[in-house]
Design a protein around this ligand. Structure first.
Ligand code: SF4
Ligand code: MG
Length: 335
């Protein structure tokens, strides 16, 4: 089991300018020291409330931004500091499926032209070869080839997302970031698109980072799940463990708000309502990012940031309650 994508200490900060001279007076730490691997062939769910930095994280990994710091390795190549021109050669390996298929498809291009565009940009295929490939891709995502000359507005939301997926597949990628790919779709269509993504994963050996605000949704598709809060990953665990035995207080609160299908687990779960609002990522609290809202907060939490660490094999948590190293030193004088 090898990692296809390796992210270490990823930082994506956006400068804040203010005053007459537009001096930089601070930074929004949208993604702050995030580390994880995405294993070959898996679906890693990246979950959190809106504004937690999960979409920015997905885009930063694909280098749609120049990142502030850290390391991003995809398929053995460190692309973290690569120039945009060098990145061109890596683009085919990594693609994105966007949340809003309406906004991500050019309304003036036919379906055929939309799916062909990456082939035009990155390959030297002949016109006939491209046409054949577009046809294959339409078949693969369940779009009737007869619709090739139609424009996006003629399609339903679910069909438009299929067009977006076909375009993402055009260059035979290995890694796809799916940014809330079903959030904008009717509930009746959501399962179809999830099933399609799963079928395609199996057929083409794809690896997904699946971004969602909905823990009951990623439960169906993710192998492992990372929970993000205020720019940081607070917990990462295999799916079954995360749902049956969440460790981080924030994960517990999030899970307590979603319906639990397993009655044995449901019985043990009480509703946790968090107080207060998420602090601004421009001005996060000292110590633990979650300390202003955490039901289990201790004095140490307001001073010292917990270390994100593997607490049992395969389970990562950033919380003083679970620290396995350095706890004695850190809590000296507090507990
Ligand atoms: Fe809560 Fe403290 Fe753990 Fe942060 S470190 S989640 S404030 S208990
Ligand atoms: Mg988003």
């Amino acid at each position: 089991n090898t990692a296809l994508v390796r992210v270490r200490d990823l930082q994506m900060h956006f400068p804040i300018y203010s005053g007459l001279l537009r001096r930089q007076t601070g930074a929004v730490k949208a993604v702050d020291s995030v580390s994880f691997d995405v294993m070959q062939g898996e679906t890693l769910g990246l979950v959190g409330e809106s504004g937690c930095g999960k979409s920015t994280c997905g885009r930063a990994i694909l280098r749609l931004y120049d990142i502030t710091g850290g390391e991003v390795t995809i398929d053995g190549t460190d692309i973290g500091q690569m120039s945009q021109s060098d990145l061109r050669t890596k683009r085919p390996t990594m693609q994105m499926v966007f949340q809003d298929p309406q906004a991500s498809l050019n309304p003036r291009m036919t379906v055929e032209a939309i799916i062909r565009e990456p082939l035009d940009e990155h390959t030297k295929l002949s016109a006939a070869e491209k046409e054949a490939k577009v046809g294959e891709l339409m078949d693969a995502v369940g779009l009737n080839r007869r619709f090739a000359k139609r424009y996006p507005h003629a399609f339903s939301g679910g069909q438009r997302q299929r067009i977006g997926i076909a375009r993402a597949l055009a260059l035979n990628p290995k890694f796809i970031v799916c940014d809330e790919p079903i959030a904008a779709l009717d509930v009746s269509i959501q399962a179809q698109v999830v099933n399609l993504l799963e079928d395609l994963q199996e057929k083409y050996g794809l690896t997904y980072l699946f971004i969602s605000h909905d823990l009951s949704m990623v439960r169906h598709i993710a192998t492992r799940i990372a929970v993000m809060y205020l720019g940081k990953i607070v917990e990462l665990a295999p799916r079954a463990e995360l749902y049956s035995d969440p460790l981080h207080p924030y994960t517990k609160a999030l899970l307590s708000a979603v319906p639990e299908p397993d009655p044995a687990i449901a019985q043990t779960r009480e509703r946790i309502v968090l107080q207060g609002d998420v602090p601004s990522p421009a001005n996060p609290p000292k110590g633990c990012n979650f300390c202003t809202r955490c039901p289990a907060v201790m004095p140490v939490c307001k001073d010292i940031e917990p270390t994100y660490q593997e607490v049992t094999p395969g389970r990562f948590v950033a919380c003083h309650l679970f620290e396995t190293t350095g706890t004695a030193e850190k809590t000296a004088g507090y507990i």
